[in-house]
Design a protein around this ligand. Structure first.
Ligand SMILES: [Fe+2]
Length: 310
């Protein structure tokens, strides 16, 4: 398949009970094929007072925190200036947002319902245009997502975005999905390395050593082969000037108040401009996928002939 499409569900009556499960399977397949599902209006509860509050929140300028983040498992918010008086109210709003968007996804994408790990939510209050970030953290360069500190082991990264900006769109570029992208831009040496590491008898010994080191309190990331490749691919794409300049591109404007869902480990994306967006990440279990052959881990297994997940 070629470039990502944006499918508009604003008027599709997605919440009608008639054939709900069948339609939900269609939505999941559409996402897994590398498309973006779009709603012109926010399809879950997000009170006007909460939106107004968020538009006035200012995050810390620290380079440590790219966004304000909410960690559902710890019920904590990170990224505000220490001692900021908004902290308690922000925590309440992010908790409420996270629960609200999760309930929506449970219904809209019912085949995935609770077959996920609820990852971080984020509030992106900083204007993306001309943002000064290190290369690997830049949002304006096309990339597929891979989290340096939270390996997925081939489980999928589904993200739900909402543009809170009352007047300005959030502008994205996308390009060919992962299965085409990796065949054209995947580094052959690293694909070979992936295959030889998978066959190596030392692979499990090395992982056990890392786990032992972690148990001693040393913060090493226990990164499966899949994540080693994907994180490297993320960095390579951002640093590849030929890819950034010459790959086929689609430009999308997500208007104020809209919401969109996308597997960001499949769809290469870049944010050209926009300020004030909410986002919740779901790590969808591999065995919940309806089109597993489209998943990046399966594409890598097809290319290398070896297993790349634990
Ligand atoms: Fe991203």
């Amino acid at each position: 398949m070629g470039l990502t499409e944006v499918r508009d569900f604003s008027l599709a009556g997605w919440a009608e009970p008639d054939r709900a499960e069948e339609r939900a399977r269609g939505y999941c397949e559409c996402l897994e094929e590398g498309n973006i599902l779009f709603f012109a209006q926010t399809p879950f509860s997000l009170p006007e007072s909460d939106r107004s509050f968020l538009l006035n929140v200012r995050q810390t300028s620290s380079a440590v925190h790219k966004n304000i983040s909410y960690k559902p498992d710890r019920d904590r918010v990170h990224g505000l200036t220490p001692g900021n008086a908004d902290g308690e109210e922000l925590l309440r709003i992010m908790r409420s947002y996270s629960q609200s968007v999760t309930n929506f996804v449970r219904q809209f994408l019912s085949p995935y319902r609770d077959r996920w790990h609820l990852d971080f939510a984020s509030y992106r209050s900083i204007e993306e245009e001309d943002r000064d970030l290190p290369l690997q953290k830049r949002n304006d360069l096309l990339h597929v997502d891979s989290f340096p500190t939270r390996p997925s082991n081939g489980h999928r990264i589904l993200r739900v975005f909402t543009n809170l900006n009352p007047t300005q769109p959030r502008v994205w570029l996308t390009s060919d999905p992962f299965d085409l992208l990796v065949r054209k831009y995947g580094n052959p040496a690293r694909l070979n390395h992936l295959a030889s590491e998978s066959r190596s008898p030392w692979r499990h010994v090395n992982r056990r050593l890392i786990r032992l080191t972690r148990s001693l309190g040393i913060p090493l990331v226990d990164r499966p082969l899949y994540d080693q490749f994907m994180l490297g691919f993320h960095h390579e794409l951002k640093g590849n000037r030929d890819f950034q300049e010459n790959c086929p591109k689609s430009r999308w404007e997500f208007p104020p108040g809209s919401t969109w869902l996308v597997f960001t480990d499949t769809v290469p994306h870049a944010v050209l401009s926009g300020q004030f967006a909410l986002e919740q990440t779901f790590i969808i279990q591999r065995d919940a996928l309806l089109l597993p052959h489209k998943a990046p881990y399966r594409v890598l297994e097809e290319l290398t002939g070896v297993s790349v997940v634990d």
